[in-house]
Design a protein around this ligand. Structure first.
Ligand code: NAD
Length: 425
């Protein structure tokens, strides 16, 4: 199945997600009749979002929401504010969410949303206006039993609170379960902000366990220092006891063989807004960062950073894909050949902690019955453990890569649901 340039979803990320699906569909021998039904989103919505800028101009932004499949329940997925957002990228992210939810046993189809904007160029007032306008436009399209929104790159708890408020004002009563990742003060769950990074750390420790490696003797390199990257860095440095020797964000990459002080880096970002000008480590090129010799490499930023060009040069023992889609299909072929050298934790498992705890938040919101952080984290680890052991068993048994195994489990579950429900009329 190939994506033509005229396809509304035509985009490198959608082509990548489609190619990944094709590999799995061939492996599982999925009927040609089912393939397009599995790949193409069920529904997509594109909106224009005019807002007043602080200087008096009116500026219009493009926003999207894509619901990938509805076979297992409502759809679920984050909203990304990033200058690179396109409809096709959002569609790709929604497809990955579908396989992720199915792999971890959540009763959701995948969704994703986005606005093509660099949120750092907006004042707080402008960000609020854009967030509220996005939610306003989405009201006919989303709902706590149709499509539940959450955070992603460029959005945070505050944006979720504005989404929740806008939707609730329209309804006339509080509807906390329309969004996840909101502040605890408005019905968010304990442990959501940390969930994705905590899950990444848990899975890295499981991999180290299998490889019989001691965390305290390991080094880590992390690309991206936002929600996921920073919580992962904190966990690896201060919980697992690893030395984080490489760190980056979109403004620069840094190396320090003796280990970077993560608290100091966080403090620096709080004050300066990014790692630009950080002097506690040596600046290096972004490509150098990914190919540093280390035990654990964690891409926690954007898509397609591990490519056919650098996959052969990675020098890590574990590749933990905290970002969505960090590895291209060309790189995957190379990494599959290097399975004995590099233990891969594929994205749909590695960063699933976020959607798992979002699911807990949704369940708590619907029941108006809240759990404490220990309950949330225990359940998170149990859910991840189940998915991790199912994936590793399948990979070992069938002699396939971890990505193939994880995707095969997710795709099979969606396929089974679609087949059971049939095609109407
Ligand atoms: P964020 O906006 O909080 O942080 C993103 C970080 O990546 C920032 O430090 C940014 O400077 C950096 N970055 C952006 N472009 C970069 C580049 N080219 N090179 C190096 N660094 C770059 O976003 P986040 O929520 O941490 O999300 C990061 C990734 O994790 C995304 O792929 C997202 O889809 C995925 N993810 C996030 C969650 C979640 O709960 N937040 C859940 C699952 C998956």
């Amino acid at each position: 199945m190939s994506i033509s340039a005229h396809d509304i979803y035509a985009d490198p990320a959608f082509t990548m997600a489609t190619e990944q699906f094709r590999v799995i569909a061939d492996y599982l021998d999925i009927d040609a009749n089912m393939r397009a039904r599995m790949v193409y989103p069920k529904r997509a919505m594109a909106v224009t979002l005019p807002i007043h800028r602080d200087d008096g101009r009116i500026e219009v932004f493009n926003g999207y929401r894509v619901q990938h499949h509805l076979a297992l329940g409502p759809t679920k997925g984050g909203v990304r504010f990033h200058p690179g957002v396109t409809l096709g990228e959002v569609a790709a992210l929604s497809m990955w969410m579908s396989w992720k939810c199915a792999l971890t046993g959540l009763p959701y189809g995948g969704a994703k949303g986005g606005v093509t904007v660099d949120p750092r160029t907006l004042s707080l007032r402008e960000l609020e206006a854009l967030s509220r306008r996005y939610m306003q436009e989405m009201i006919p399209f989303v709902g706590p039993h149709t499509d539940i929104i959450g955070p992603d790159m460029g959005t945070n708890e505050q944006v979720m609170a504005w989404f929740m408020d806008t939707y609730s004002v329209y309804k006339g009563y509080a509807v906390p379960e329309i969004v996840t990742g909101k502040p605890v003060a408005v019905g968010g769950t304990a442990g959501r902000r940390e969930a994705t990074g905590r899950g990444v750390v848990y899975l890295i420790e499981r991999a180290l366990d299998i490889l019989k490696m001691q965390p305290s003797q390991c080094t880590a390199v992390i690309q991206g220092f936002g929600n996921v990257g920073a919580v992962t860095a904190q966990g690896l440095a201060y919980k697992s006891g690893m030395k984080v020797i490489g760190l980056s964000d979109e403004t620069g990459a840094f190396h320090r063989a003796a280990g970077i002080d993560i608290d100091l880096a966080e403090e620096y970002v709080k004050v300066h807004g990014s790692l630009a000008g950080f002097t506690e480590a040596d600046p290096i090129s972004p490509d150098e960062l990914l190919t540093l010799r280390c035990d654990v490499l964690v891409p926690a930023a954007i898509e397609a950073v591990i490519t056919g060009q650098n996959a052969g040069r990675l020098q890590c023992r574990i590749l933990a894909e905290a970002a969505n889609g960090p590895t291209t299909p060309e790189a995957d072929v190379i990494l599959a050949e290097r399975w004995n050298e590099i233990f891969m934790i594929p994205d749909i498992l590695c960063n699933a902690g976020g959607v798992i705890v979002s699911y807990f938040e949704w369940v708590q919101g619907i029941q108006s019955f809240f759990w404490n952080e220990t309950e949330v984290t225990d359940r998170l680890f149990r859910t991840l453990e189940q998915a991790f052991s199912t994936m590793t068993r399948r990979a070992r048994g069938a002699k396939i890569s971890h990505r193939m195994a994880a995707m095969a489990i997710g795709v099979e579950r969606v396929l089974a649901a679609k087949k059971s429900r049939g095609l109407f009329p």
